[in-house]
Structures are given as structure tokens and as C-alpha cells.
Design a protein around this ligand. Structure first.
Ligand SMILES: [Zn+2]
Length: 478
């Protein structure tokens, strides 16, 4: 008979069997990781090269012909090309850096170096979790140096050149320091808990670790908007007026449990705009960027919110959360196969005895195994990315349809076009590039789909005729 304990025993047998197969000194783990990293990089560059071609097209796609002025089109093409060239350079740099780190055995050297640092500090090396935290801090700090350089360049060169950057160097540095301190205050205790749970649960750590990770996610969901986001942005209630009335009426109509409606000062960093909601099932907050309010009419803001609340009504956040948990579960189950793999440890220059316990006494430094396991399976993220993006794109269409059926077709179309123009989004998208990288369908795809939902012709009408129509409608309302 199939009982719960049978299933557990069965999984356990499979895990042990696979673990024995995978722990073979003849498997060149280091070379496999370098090879896979090369393949992933080639794939990324190939996809980008396809999109890069789109930036040489001289004319906008037919769907956007009436909505983009020549000047805006040229600007959008130049911005897209600069951003993509930046990404291509960063991808190549990261590939080379990864190879150097592996070849120079940096992870193993950092482990030995932090061991002697512990000695100097008078800490016993058998305190494996403390050693692991020290090791991860050192390796993260080293790898943060190049990524800070890239981030700085992106904000102050690329975004600056195209007029999007609103942040000052002082604010940028403060942001980085705050992010670092948060990583220390939240990240290190979290990691210590993560390692402790595996250490205490032993062989069958997967369900316990899942329980721990799900609880941490729930706690973070609650504390992030209350304690963390206010460190970076100011939240103010949306003032009484047209926008507030419309949003409240919409929330009421859909039975959305709206507790607070905020506007945040997104404009102090960037002129890109956004809107989102968060909170517990019975008490939600909606946040609008000040840039969204500046760039759109109240009825367009309402249409954007109708789309957002469509996500809520159709349980999209819950579905994505479940997909995320599924992804986490199989990642951990696979980690159970590799957790004691001596060949994996020695392939990257670590003492293989570390795969079962600390040679200086004390339990196994599990973090090393987890990092190596991640290096090995990182390329699988490519497939996960395809899958998740296909889901979110489907959800975007559904939320658009939801807003259209509520009667916001005209305003949503107008708002999406404005968003596209203001953000200088790419007018042309390569199909494969878009499927791989975009969580949202492209504007032409969305406009075409909206046409089908309600026969609103956003493709052939010119911007001016729509504006006249809107003005006529507003007059009628007055
Ligand atoms: Zn959406």
C-alpha cells in the first residue's frame, strides 16, 4: 500500500542511489561547470545578437506607427541599443571573471584564509557556521566590487545619457551602504538559520528546510513594506481628489480590501514609473509612483489600477508564489543528492573530508556544498526563466483583458502607450529575445490582444484622433 512513510522511504532510497552515482572522482565537476557556463554565455550572446539587429531597423512596427514620433522612435532605438550593448559586455565580463575565480580556486583559498582569520580572532575553527558566515561575507565583498562598478556605470552613464537618471552620487552611495547593512542584518542571521536547520535535521532536512524558508518568506513579505522600503522611499497618502476617489471606488467595486493608498517619491531616483499592491489577504496597500501620477490622467491611472487589481482578482501573485515554492522544493531535493559529494568538493580545490564533517572537529560546513551545487546547476535557471516568463506573460494578457472588460480599454491603451513612450521601451522585439527575457508581452502584442477582447482599434487610430475623442468624452462628462 502507498503510505506517506513509503513515499518518504522511496525518495530516500532514490536520493542515496543517485548520491552514490554522482560521487565519482572520475566526474570532472570543475570542467563541467566551466563548460556549462560557456554554453550559457554563448546562448545569452546569441539571443542578444538577434535583438541587437532590431536596433538598426529604420521604421517603427505598423502597430506603433501612429503613436511614435520620429524623434521618439530614434531615441528609443538608441537607448535600447546602449542598454543591450551594456548587457552584452557585462555578460562577457562575468563569464571571464567566473572562469578566473574557478581556475584560481578562489573559493577554497578564501576558506583557508578565513580559517586563519578565525585563529587570529581567537575563534575556534570547529565553529563551522561562524566560519561559513565569515567566508560568505569575504567572497561576497570581493565579487561586489565589479558589480558595483557596473551598477554605477549603468546609472550614471547609460541612464544619465538618456535622461532617466534622477539620483545623485550621494544618494546612490547611501543606497548601496543601506543595502549592504541590510544584507548583514537580515542576510547573515537568515543564512545561519538555514545552515542550522540542515545541521539539526540531518539526512531528511528537505521538509524542515522548506518549512523554514516558507516562514522566512512570509515574515519578509510582512516586514519588507513596513520596515525596509521606507528606508529608501517616502510614503505619503494620495491626497483627496479625483485619483483617490477613482481608486477607492474601483477597489470597492472589486471587493479589494484596500487599507491605505500611498504615493512614493520614485522620481528622486528615476523617471521610470510604476504601481503595485501588497499586504495580507484581508488588508492591502496600493502604492503609486509619483511619476505615474505626473504622466497620466486620473482615468488612465484608474485603468492601470484595474489591470493591477485584475492580477489580484485572478490570484496571479498566489500562483506565482506556488510556482516559486515548487521550484524551491525540487532544488532542495536535488541538493540532498549532492550535499555529501566528496568529488565535487575536491574538484574545486576543497579538502574532500569537508563533505562529511569538519576535519578540525565539528559538523560539516554545508554552505560550501550548497555554493558548489549552485554553480553546477545555475545553467538550469535558463529553462526556469523561460517557464516563469511564459506564465507571467499569460497573466499580463489576462489582467489586460480584465481591465478591458471593466470598460477601461481606451484608458489602458493610452496609459500603456504613454508608459512605452516615457520609458523609451524598444519598439521592435526579436521573438526569441522577448520570450526569454520579457516578463510582459510587448506593447504591439498587448494592443493587438486588447483589440480582440473588445474590438477597440488601437492600431490604426492616430494619437490625435484619440485625444479628440477623449476630450469630447470629458466634455460630455462635464
Ligand atoms: Zn501586470
Amino acid at each position: 500500500m502507498l503510505t506517506f512513510s513509503n513515499v518518504v522511504q522511496g525518495l530516500d532510497d532514490i536520493t542515496s542511489h543517485l548520491a552514490a552515482l554522482a560521487d565519482n572522482p572520475d566526474i570532472p565537476y570543475e570542467r563541467i561547470v566551466m563548460g556549462l557556463s560557456g554554453l550559457t554565455t554563448i546562448w545569452e550572446l546569441y539571443v542578444s545578437s538577434r535583438q541587437l539587429k532590431c536596433y538598426s531597423i529604420r521604421q517603427p512596427p505598423p502597430e506603433l506607427q501612429h503613436h511614435l514620433k520620429k524623434e521618439t522612435y530614434d531615441k528609443a532605438q538608441a537607448y535600447g541599443k546602449d542598454k543591450l550593448t551594456f548587457n552584452v559586455r557585462q555578460t562577457m565580463f562575468n563569464f571571464v571573471l567566473g572562469l578566473v575565480m574557478i581556475k584560481a580556486r578562489l573559493l577554497a583559498h578564501a576558506w583557508d584564509w578565513t580559517a586563519s582569520l578565525m585563529d587570529t580572532m581567537g575563534l575556534e575553527q570547529s565553529r563551522v557556521i561562524t566560519h561559513s558566515l565569515l567566508w560568505i561575507t569575504v567572497t561576497s565583498l570581493v565579487s561586489a566590487v565589479p558589480s558595483l562598478f557596473w551598477m554605477y556605470y549603468y546609472t550614471f552613464v547609460i541612464e544619465e545619457k538618456h535622461g532617466f537618471n534622477k539620483t545623485t552620487k550621494r544618494l546612490w552611495v547611501t543606497d548601496q551602504i543601506k543595502t549592504f547593512l541590510l544584507a548583514v542584518v537580515i542576510g547573515l542571521p537568515f543564512l545561519a538559520g538555514f545552515l542550522k536547520v540542515i545541521e539539526m535535521a540531518g539526512k531528511n532536512f528537505v521538509p524542515w528546510l522548506m518549512l523554514f524558508l516558507v516562514s522566512v518568506q512570509l515574515i519578509l513579505q510582512i516586514i519588507f513594506p513596513i520596515f525596509i522600503q521606507p528606508l529608501f522611499n517616502k510614503f505619503n497618502p494620495v491626497p483627496e481628489g479625483d485619483v483617490r476617489q477613482r481608486v477607492e471606488a474601483l477597489a470597492n467595486k472589486l471587493h479589494f480590501p484596500l487599507k491605505h493608498l500611498y504615493v512614493i517619491d520614485g522620481s528622486k531616483r528615476s523617471s521610470h514609473s510604476n504601481a503595485y499592491f501588497y499586504g495580507l489577504p484581508w488588508s492591502k496597500q496600493i502604492v503609486l509612483y509619483d511619476t505615474l501620477l505626473d504622466q497620466n490622467t486620473p482615468s488612465e491611472v484608474e485603468a492601470v489600477l484595474a489591470h493591477e487589481l485584475g492580477h489580484w482578482k485572478l490570484s496571479h501573485p498566489t500562483r506565482l508564489l506556488l510556482i516559486g515554492q515548487g521550484n524551491l522544493l525540487w532544488t532542495l531535493m536535488l541538493f540532498a543528492v549532492f550535499i555529501h559529494n566528496k568529488s565535487l568538493y575536491s574538484s574545486f580545490g576543497f579538502d574532500p573530508r569537508l563533505a562529511v564533517g569538519s576535519p578540525v572537529g565539528g559538523p560539516q560546513p554545508i554552505l560550501i556544498g550548497f555554493m558548489l551545487y549552485q554553480l553546477l546547476f545555475e545553467p538550469l535557471d535558463t529553462f526556469v526563466k523561460f517557464f516563469i516568463n511564459s506564465k507571467t506573460r499569460k497573466y499580463e494578457y489576462q489582467a489586460d483583458e480584465f481591465a478591458v472588460k471593466l470598460g477601461h480599454a481606451n484608458d489602458l491603451g493610452a496609459a500603456l502607450i504613454k508608459l512605452h513612450v516615457e520609458n523609451l521601451s524598444s519598439p521592435h522585439s526579436d521573438k526569441l529575445y522577448s520570450k526569454y527575457h520579457h516578463s510582459h508581452p510587448t506593447l504591439p502584442e498587448r494592443l493587438r490582444a486588447m483589440n480582440e477582447y473588445k474590438g477597440v482599434d488601437w492600431l490604426t487610430k492616430s494619437q490625435s484622433s484619440k485625444e479628440e475623442e477623449l476630450k469630447a468624452k470629458e466634455k460630455k462628462e462635464l
